[in-house]
Design a protein around this ligand. Sequence first.
Ligand code: CA
Length: 222
Amino acid sequence: MRLLLVEDDDIVADAILRGLTAAQYSVHRVMSAEAAQAAIAHEEFALAVIDVGLPGADGLTLVRRLRSAGKSLPTLILTARCTLADKVKALDLGADDFLSKPFEAAELAARCRALMRRSSGAANGIVKLNRMSVDLSGKRLCIDEMEIDLTAREWLVLECLVRRIGQIVPKERVQQAVAPDQDITANALEVHVSRLRAKLGDAAIIRSLRGLGYRLEEMRPA
Ligand code: CA
């Protein structure tokens, strides 16, 4: 499957195209949010690399439009400045990752690979981390081949974080996943997160990032 690049600046786009082509990706480039939407309507892309600064609708508006149209393709946002507020906004809109300009081609290719690996793992239903295996369709968590018992809410927290492993998931999104029909307080959510954390032991870490949300990180083997 091809990658979609949404970037209006020719010099930046050429550099990205060279880097991704060298990493064996086939890339379709468009110059605007509108052209990106048209391309996505015609073809299924493995990933979209989207610059924030575009003529007409900007990159974040594009992400919001894709998500509200039910498109789940992974999105990597390129941005010149990346403040905390920018990140929160982009994550809330449904972006999957960011890269601040300027960046190295190798880093862009690595981020693309990671995003596509995560989304294909999630599509197969089984996400394998170092010592942990999460079967999303069978709702089973195994650590070192041993099945771990989780409550329904612990499972929902895990599922929500595993689908975006390595990325910051806003607290509101986890709250929504755990209790879509009712309000759950941040404290109540923290209780489920703490219990899940204890069950994961040292197989994975759930980090709390103040003001941003949670991030599940796999542990590298020692
Ligand atoms: Ca641009």
